[in-house]
Design a protein around this ligand. Structure first.
Ligand code: 6GU
Length: 269
């Protein structure tokens, strides 16, 4: 997978050099490039914002730096290329010709972090993990001129995406979260793929509680069943804990469950 991130604070994304995602990049499983949006301005002050039409508080990101930035990573963008010997062009002539589309013909997905977007979740992480190319456009201030999103829809699948119902100062922290959630689903990134199966949200429920040694700690015991060696009972216990915890903390997830995925013992819990 290839990921491009555009931001006026590229240093914010330095954390993507660490841990699992950093290793995936060094191992070539993920090609991730962070770009400074100000490199696509042409005035002395490298201006990326201006006052909003219609008035109101704050500033809006200007459209042209965004267009130049997004064009810079499009495969179809015209580039100067050597003309081949068989063409009418003389030796040493240069002709413009587009970089070819990827073989699959799939369009890059442009993700625009915004509290006004669809809410990011594990299902969307799995969906994005199937894409060849993701592009993240980090807005700051009151957001990006809306025409950029309309214009970009010619070349990208545009998806405004939110982390949840609260407001951040810009998209950078949201990109850290989304790239980590998507990146860990790519083949080879998580050492033991089994760990992706048993985690929270993989089956629509929250994860069961976990314990390690010692079995007695500051007057608190690990549940007996986990020391029993009876794997059928352990599986049932963990499933019950998932259901109890999800009902208590996230009743919305219980409502969204497909009843066909529940067994008789689940319904009793
Ligand atoms: Cl994706 N961006 C911003 N600026 N604020 C947010 C968010 C995203 N998700 C929740 N709040």
């Amino acid at each position: 997978m290839r990921i491009d991130v555009f931001s006026i604070f590229p240093e914010y994304l330095a954390a993507l050099e660490l841990s699992l995602i950093g290793k995936a990049r060094r191992d070539g499983l993920l090609q991730l490039q962070v770009h400074d949006l100000r490199d696509f301005t042409s005035d002395r002050h490298r201006t990326v914002d201006d006052t909003p039409y219609g008035g109101g508080a704050g500033m809006v990101m200007k459209p042209e730096p965004w267009a130049l930035a997004l064009e810079s990573i499009l495969p179809g963008r015209p580039v100067l290329q050597e003309a081949d010997g068989g063409s009418a062009a003389g030796p040493g002539d240069r002709a413009e010709s587009p970089v070819p589309e990827p073989a699959s013909g799939s369009r890059p997905v442009l993700i625009v972090p915004s509290p006004a977007g669809e809410v990011f979740n594990q299902a969307l992480a799995y969906e994005l993990a199937e894409e060849e190319q993701l592009v993240f456009a980090c807005g700051r201030y009151e957001g990006i001129d809306e025409r950029v999103l309309e214009w970009a829809a010619d070349a990208f699948t545009v998806r405004p995406v939110s982390l949840g119902d609260y407001v951040l100062n810009g998209g950078e922290v949201a990109v850290l979260a989304m790239v980590e959630a998507v990146g860990r689903l790519l083949p080879g990134v998580v050492g033991n793929p089994e760990s992706l199966v048993e985690e929270s949200h993989s089956d629509g429920l929250l994860e069961y509680p976990v314990y390690t040694k010692p079995s007695q700690w500051r007057g608190r015991a690990v549940p007996d069943v986990l020391l029993s060696g009876n794997h059928a009972r352990i599986t049932r216990h963990r499933r019950d804990e998932q259901l109890r915890r999800t009902a208590a903390r996230r009743p919305d997830l219980i409502e969204a469950l497909d009843p066909a995925t529940l067994d008789k013992a689940d319904r009793a819990t």
